[in-house]
Design a protein around this ligand. Sequence first.
Ligand code: URA
Length: 184
Amino acid sequence: MTWEELECTCQSCKGCSLCETKTNTVFGTGNREADLMFVGEAPGEQEDLSGTPFVGRAGQLLDKYLFAVDLKREDVYIANILKCRPPKNRDPLPEEEDACIAYLREQTRLVRPKVIVCLGRIAAMRIIKPDYKISAEHGQWVLKGGIWMTAVFHPAALLRDPRRKEDMLEDMKAIAAKLKELNA
Ligand code: URA
């Protein structure tokens, strides 16, 4: 599948009931040839209204961390596990993840990133392992299918609990260092 075919299929998806309540499909954004890919959970209100991932308060905080480690949005690709907003931002249901995950898999195949960073527990549980514990395991690396993977706290969690911001900065520095090491 090409990017155009994939995005077109995703935009008209009726794979779960979220298509009935969403405003826009939030496919993904950024550099389609990026070495670094971020994966979040699902669109929130601002993302649903704009059609772009991580543009609300959590997204603005993510931008600050990218800036802090000398990365730009244009350097990375950003997508979510779910492409449509769950009502009232509730957690994704297993059947919604199952219906949507093939789009992320195909995005990953097309981008061919060297590093995938899961933003938060929900993405880490889907992508790294089902029993992922974000507080204990954030920042740890695993190599899966030739791609280095890690997870960091979700920026929305950092907004709720700023005590985790130091850990987040350290994890982001390690991610930037990993990219440099892989490209050396
Ligand atoms: N939270 C997410 O997980 N993804 C977004 O796109 C926005 C907020």
